[in-house]
Design a protein around this ligand. Structure first.
Ligand SMILES: C[S@@+](CC[C@H](N)C(=O)[O-])C[C@H]1O[C@@H](n2cnc3c(N)ncnc32)[C@H](O)[C@@H]1O
Length: 266
């Protein structure tokens, strides 16, 4: 029995009917979301603009739910899971960290508390969730840790310094991203990644046909993402021990590939 639900094609009619019969109470909410998303897609055909609008609507209702947590308890638990995994896999207080799609700092506040002042930089496409991130900083009394929070339009990372970040983290971001967005990130991440640095990201994994639901959730095969990273001189490793955690997504770690200028400088 695989740890994740990797065989399901959520776009198939049989899956949708079975799901609706199993969870009839979720049907009205799903239909409301589908109608809202159809309107937002019509209004904002570009994916980033569309997803920013989704985040605006979700954040206004509840910032914790907007980043995928049904309750404060789940928000705290999901942040702790991210932090504990990274701390157990090489994160040190002296590292400089970039968090892509930092949301309202579900994990970010823990990184900010742990890292030396000024060593955390969070970016997000949603100004609304970044305002909620400022609320989290205030709630946690972390102002003196001097984190940077920056709204972005894309993932070219062109305003960030070269070879600067030891650790880049993106949790539950590529699960909401079409492949060209992920490719843009891979094309540019090597420039900002320090020699010996790594980039961990989660994704929704399928072992069947790649698919998406409502342009909000994207399911990829591991080999697709590994090959895409290799195209940009990056080495990608599937993190099998993440699968043991109670989380629906999978994780990949990307480093400078052999022969890459970054690894040569190590
Ligand atoms: C599900 S939330 C997760 C937030 C945070 N990583 C966490 O675990 O709490 C996804 C976040 O990624 C942001 N996001 C989505 N696509 C992005 C992109 N292409 N670049 C930067 N941020 C993005 C969203 O605005 C949202 O804040």
């Amino acid at each position: 029995m695989p740890a994740k639900n990797v065989q399901v094609d959520r776009t198939s009619l049989s899956h949708r009917v079975r799901y609706a019969l199993r969870h009839p109470e979720r049907v009205p909410r799903h239909l409301a979301r589908a109608a809202r998303d159809a309107w937002l897609r019509h209004r904002w055909p570009d994916h980033i603009a569309y997803y920013r609008a989704v985040m605006r609507s979700d954040t206004r209702a509840d910032p914790d739910a907007a980043v995928g947590s049904r309750s404060r308890e789940r928000w705290l638990a999901l942040g702790a899971m991210q932090f504990d995994y990274l701390a157990g896999h090489g994160l040190r207080p002296g590292h400089r960290m970039l968090e892509i799609g930092c949301g309202n700092l579900r994990a970010g506040w823990r990184f900010i508390e742990y890292l030396e002042p000024g060593h955390y930089h969070g970016v997000d496409i949603s100004p609304d969730i970044l305002a909620a991130a400022q609320d989290t900083l205030v709630e946690r009394g972390l102002q003196a840790r001097l984190p940077t929070l920056t709204p972005v339009r894309d993932l070219t990372l062109r305003f960030l310094p070269e070879a600067h970040f030891d650790v880049v983290h993106a949790h539950s971001v590529f699960s909401h991203s079409p492949l060209p967005v992920i490719e843009e990130c891979f094309a540019h991440i090597g420039r900002v990644l320090a020699p010996g640095g790594w980039f961990d990201f989660t994704f929704d994994r399928t072992e069947g046909r790649e698919h998406q639901v409502l342009r909000e959730d994207f399911y990829y095969r591991t080999e697709t993402l590994v090959a895409l990273a290799a195209k940009y001189g990056l080495a990608a490793r599937f993190m099998a021990d993440w699968e043991e955690l109670p989380h629906g997504q999978s994780k990949i770690r990307v480093t400078h590939g052999e022969g890459d200028a970054g690894s040569a400088a190590r």
